[in-house]
Design a protein around this ligand. Structure first.
Ligand SMILES: N[C@@H](CCC(=O)N[C@@H](CS)C(=O)NCC(=O)O)C(=O)O
Length: 111
């Protein structure tokens, strides 16, 4: 019984192909935001990047979104969205982005 319950709650491991896809996406575009369409923090992030043509991946609107979110957690240690990358560098979430904006560091990273 215990084994059954453990198995029931055990998650399938994140396929290596998903992690490769995340790495490739981050390599290809200067600004990448892993987002969820209903998330208010993501909305603020998208507004902040408005003029910079970011690549936005809405995890709640794609079939592998759950795997990608777990893959991001394995790769970056961050589970929440938005999960932001600028020039291949992991920035963190919206609060990290807003801090970078306030300090003026953000525009140095983007340019
Ligand atoms: N401090 C974080 C908060 C982000 C946050 O709490 N995001 C929520 C969605 S609005 C989240 O990822 N919840 C877990 C989930 O959706 O799996 C930030 O500034 O990015």
């Amino acid at each position: 019984m215990f084994e059954f319950i453990t198995k029931f709650f055990q998650q399938e491991p994140v396929p290596e192909s998903i992690k490769t896809e995340i790495r490739q996406t981050v390599q290809k575009s200067p600004i990448v935001v892993f987002s969820k369409s209903y998330c208010p923090y993501c909305t603020q992030t998208k507004e902040t990047f408005n003029k910079f043509n970011p690549v936005i991946i809405e995890l709640d609107q794609i079939p592998d979104g759950g795997f990608i979110q777990r893959g991001l957690q394995e790769l970056t240690g961050q589970r929440t969205v938005p999960n932001i990358f600028i020039n291949k560098e992991h920035i963190g979430g919206n609060s990290d982005l807003q801090n970078l904006k306030k300090s003026g560091e953000l525009y140095k990273l983007i340019n």
